[in-house]
Design a protein around this ligand. Sequence first.
Ligand SMILES: [Zn+2]
Ligand SMILES: [Zn+2]
Length: 315
Amino acid sequence: MIASRETRVLVDAGLSCRELLKRMALANEDSSALDAILITHEHTDHVAGLSVLARRLHIPVYFSEPTHRAWVRQMTPRTTMTYAKWLERVQKEKEARAALDAVETAESADPELCEQSGPIQIAAASGEAEAEEEDAPEAAIRRDPASLPSVEYFQPGSSFSIGDLTIMPFTTPHDAADPCGFVFESASESIRMAIATDLGYMPPNVKRALERIDVLLLESNHDLEMLKDGPYPWAVKQRVLSRVGHLSNHATAEFLSRDYDGSATYIVLGHLSETNNAPELALLSAEEAIRERGRLLGNRVLLAQQAAPIAPIHL
Ligand SMILES: [Zn+2]
Ligand SMILES: [Zn+2]
């Protein structure tokens, strides 16, 4: 969550709506004051709670057009199926609805409910409808799981504004439709913040985008040895390691020691793999890279982990 004096935006919504609201409260942030959600790319770990959260808070979602299209496709999979398969699906839906009705009559619905976790889509839809019943056309949402209060498009490489925040999206090398990172600038406070995760390597345009940044959230996804020796199937290991995969601790350290201009007061390491990384390794690797360059010692390195929000950084 990025907040300036007048504007608050959330970048990505990869956790459930319920978890996101909980974490905003833990960070003493008022979710109802959120102005918009910005999406970097359509991978599930960035959008899992998106539709429910946006509808719940009635706020616009900013995508690039290809990312929005990919997300809509993802939310409304069109499959061709045989008649037998179709019958089977209708039967399953009927059973799921019956099971849901039984649950609903057994207990009154929780008004705080964002969504039900688990695979039964109908249950999730019911949770949403509960929270939105005053003004959302429930039936339309059930028909269209990709419906959002409003959608705004941006183009990587062209800046746009939300309130007093100027936002420059930049293209990242990653295996999604149109992935990007963001630089945020608050004109009134002349503070710049950048988010760069989900990149297979550090191309020149990203290095340029990360100049003169005061708070830098940077990917440090995996330890190369842990990934190679780890449980992922070979094809997935190849994907992570590829030029459209993720930055290793090593690649992040290389950037910090060779190309980084050292202007950040805070460097936050993020998007750490729970399977193929250890927080201490990521931190050690980045700190060593900074120590190699004496003049970067003014940078404080922090770790963002999956289980809990980090303490808010105020500048
Ligand atoms: Zn991704
Ligand atoms: Zn990701």
